[in-house]
Design a protein around this ligand. Structure first.
Ligand code: GLA
Length: 386
């Protein structure tokens, strides 16, 4: 857990002011990968890594962001942030984009100093960016004296990332970071944004293993995959009336239209359609306490992501194979956007410690890389720090 008092002290030292403090978690996705931007289903969990934001007003109309992680300050004017997005290719694009998105929504912002500090591993697929965005949004809204439903905050933060930062992400990350609940996974229908909280069993631990292979979404394969998926979706829309989003298609529809789209698009869409089914089945398995089935679905999801979606990598596959053979492992798969990053593992509570040690040792022996391994708690969504 981050020490919020230390963050407040640093804000005071840097800006000479105190102010309210807000926290937003990172997230890990249990199942449902790359399904969000075609209106499908996801089952993520908010975790106990987080970003903390402290805010205080200033009188001169400047918008100043200070990152305690980078020990660096970035200055804008509020007026400039109200205009056309001009991303700098810098960490401050994320909080600046949130200010832009709130102003696009008609929220009047005055000048402010905002400090950010976080412990969500960067580039690991645990949503450090969504966490920073949502913490920023809570702080800016409080400073403007505006309250807003958490669901809406998620939508505006996604807009910041899509339209200001220029990363074509879906809604999953910002949504669970905003609306997650302690002890629960969140089943989200990414079209309607209806969601359901499902208890994570007490005797299960969520273990995250970081392959240490880093990905970069804005420039990496994520956008390419999204383009391939959208090409398949367009072909389906043309050959099957009534399909608004890929989510509406069946596997039979896909087979029937297979020759109307590139082979890659067909395979990517097959992953998504089977994944949507797996998420709904995983919901049932969790509600019935059928963890063996849940684990089997995670294994199928990994294979589909690796083969049909072609977005895993050798190191991550190795981590999954190691985990699946260890005592106490219920399920293991890649999590997040892909091309490296982390695996998510459900492990029996009593075997979690020995699992972590064995994964570390065996991964090091197989790849020469020392993995970071963490036990995470399903945590509450973004909130003010009391
Ligand atoms: C990233 C994106 C999400 C989602 C996942 C893949 O985390 O930000 O919107 O698409 O990848 O499931």
């Amino acid at each position: 857990m981050l020490c919020t008092e230390k963050i407040l002290t640093l804000h005071q030292q840097h800006f000479g002011q105190t102010g309210p403090t807000f926290l937003a978690p990172g997230r890990v996705n249990l199942i449902g990968e790359h399904t969000d931007y075609t209106g499908g289903f996801v089952l993520p969990v908010a975790i106990d890594f987080c970003t903390v934001a402290v805010i205080s007003p200033r009188e001169d109309g400047k918008a100043v962001f200070f990152s305690q992680n980078y020990m660096e300050q970035a200055e804008y004017s509020v007026g400039e942030l109200a205009g056309t997005p001009r991303p700098r290719g810098h960490w401050s694009d994320y909080p600046a984009g949130v200010a832009w998105s709130l102003m696009q929504e008609g929220i009047a912002l005055g000048g402010f100093n905002l400090s950010l500090s976080g412990n969500v591993p960067l580039g690991a697929g645990l949503s450090s960016s969504a966490s920073a965005e949502v913490a920023t949004a809570l702080a800016l809204l409080a400073c403007a004296g505006v309250s807003m439903p958490q669901e809406k905050i998620a939508v505006l933060c996604r807009r910041a990332e899509n339209e200001y930062v220029g990363a074509k992400c879906g809604i999953m990350d910002q949504f669970v970071v905003s609306c997650g609940a302690e002890g629960h996974a969140l089943l989200l229908d990414c079209r309607s944004l209806d969601y359901e909280l499902l208890p994570v069993p007490e005797d299960v631990r969520i273990v995250i293993c970081n392959s240490m292979v880093r990905h970069a979404h804005a420039t990496g394969g994520y956008g390419n995959r999204r383009d391939e998926v959208e090409a398949g979706q367009r072909a389906l829309q043309q050959c099957r009336p009534g399909i608004e989003l890929l989510r509406d298609a069946t596997l039979e529809d896909l087979e029937a239209c297979a020759d109307k789209m590139p082979r890659e698009a067909y395979l990517r869409c097959r992953h998504i359609l089977t994944e949507n089914r797996r998420v709904l089945e995983a919901r049932g398995a969790l509600l019935q306490g059928d963890l063996a089935r849940f684990g089997a679905l995670m294994a199928e999801a990994h294979i589909s992501f690796r083969d049909d979606f072609a977005s895993s990598c050798e190191e991550v596959d190795t981590l999954v194979e190691i985990a699946q053979k260890l005592p106490g492992c219920i399920g293991a798969r890649i999590t997040g956007g892909g091309f490296g990053g982390c695996t998510v593992n459900l492990v029996k509570k009593d075997e979690a410690e020995s699992f972590m040690q064995a994964v570390r040792e065996q991964y090091k022996a197989a790849t020469g890389i020392t993995a970071d391994v963490y036990i995470c708690l399903a945590s509450a969504g973004a909130r003010a720090v009391k």
